[in-house]
Design a protein. Structure first.
Length: 388
């Protein structure tokens, strides 16, 4: 955890964001029947508090639980009894290629690990380790044997039969070649599953995943580094453009050496005026957006093709803080001010466009960033006592 010392972010602003995050997750939380345990129910958390998406996703659920506002008993039941068997049903029933997505195996691990991290209870992993191991080890056809990175051919990305879904905030971006985001998430989940195997005294499995993580870590900077922008590329073939979000994410995750992390932090400060608006962040530097986007999302400065998202604000805040803590705090204050004025949207744009109010990731990730950097204490706030 970082230490903040003196801060331009006031205690009142921090308390407001915490309470608002609690309310957003509360609004997105629903009691649903669990088909995998007939007669029982679990709490889902949908991506937003207005019902726009209408179902639970592994990644969006993680961005709720990482905010440390979901009660541990609810988290345990939802992950163990619903999310893990739900993924098995979708993946195994559809087949390894069409049912798999490039983010779900990692977010299964991340959800299990987050529960373990907050509770100290390893029982979900102990009970479900074989399933989790199978999910994480599947679809080897998309991994480069030499470096462990995820790689897609053009025919994969542009084929109707290839129903991949990228990390939920990149699923309209048609990237090919080596893929930064999915590879980072695999590195992170390999480290986490290795830690949990180590806690179970299964040293052989822990070492297996640590070796996989080490291969990716050695390759990330050499493969994805963009010297011109001092950032990491989103992909090496289609959409070979600097990835603002995942460059910041890589800094936060700890995969980079200190010098590279510092260079990215400094670059984000230099590019700040091009990519940040009211504390929210667009994915790429180019004003014309991504080069390759699915047909229905090709309009520039909308959604994933140039909209400004609060989702990435926590990662960019933490990355900026390495080299320019004052600018990082200015950014966070602007984000909180915008949320206080009109609420947290999925994405916004200066022309007045804003989409999907009370978006969970837009509050969950920044709140966790403030916790990890020492601005707020680590504490689970029970949602049972929160009213929207």
């Amino acid at each position: 955890m970082g230490t903040r010392g003196s801060s331009d972010i006031t205690a009142e602003e921090l308390e407001w964001l915490k309470k608002y995050a609690q309310s957003v997750v509360y609004m997105a939380r629903k009691r649903i029947d669990n088909p995998f345990r007939p007669g029982s129910e679990v709490y889902s958390v949908e991506p937003d508090g207005i019902g726009a998406y209408g179902k639970i996703y592994n990644s969006d659920y993680y961005h709720a639980v990482e905010a440390m506002v979901v009660p541990l008993d609810e988290m345990k039941e939802t992950i163990r009894d619903y999310l893990i068997p739900l993924y098995a049903e979708r993946w195994l029933a559809a087949g390894a290629k069409t049912g798999w997505t490039e983010e779900n195996p990692q977010f299964i691990v991340k959800n299990v690990y987050e529960y373990y991290r907050q509770s100290g209870d390893l029982s979900i992993f102990e009970e479900k380790q074989e399933d989790i191991d199978r999910y994480l080890s599947g679809n080897i056809c998309y991994f480069e044997a030499e470096n462990g990175l995820v790689r897609f051919a053009d025919e994969d990305v542009f084929s109707d039969a290839f129903r991949k879904r990228g990390y939920g905030f990149y699923d309209t971006v048609q990237k090919s070649g080596y893929i930064l985001c999915a590879s980072l998430l695999y590195w992170e989940s390999y480290c986490q599953i290795a830690e949990m195997y180590g806690a179970l005294q299964r040293r052989d499995r822990a070492d297996h995943y640590l070796k996989k993580a080490e291969r990716i870590q050695r390759a990330i900077a050499p493969v994805f580094w963009n010297e011109r922008d001092q950032l990491l590329l989103a992909a090496t073939d289609r959409n070979r453009q600097s990835d603002v979000w995942m460059s910041a994410y890589a800094v936060c995750a700890g995969i980079l050496d200190e010098a590279t992390a510092d260079r990215i932090s400094q670059a984000l400060a230099r590019h700040y005026g091009r990519v940040v608006w009211k504390g929210q962040v667009r994915q790429m530097l180019e004003p014309e957006g991504w080069q390759w986007v699915v047909e229905e999302h090709r309009r520039v400065n909308r959604y994933q093709n140039g909209g400004y998202w609060g989702t990435a604000s926590g990662w960019v805040f933490r990355a900026l803080r390495r080299s320019n803590p004052g600018l990082a705090e200015t950014m966070m204050k602007a984000l909180i001010a915008d949320y206080r004025e009109r609420g947290a949207y999925e994405w916004v744009y200066p022309d007045g466009c804003a989409n999907c109010l009370h978006y969970v990731a837009s509050v969950g990730i920044p709140l966790r960033a403030l916790i990890d950097e020492g601005y707020l204490p680590r504490a689970v706030a029970p949602l049972r006592e929160v009213t929207p």
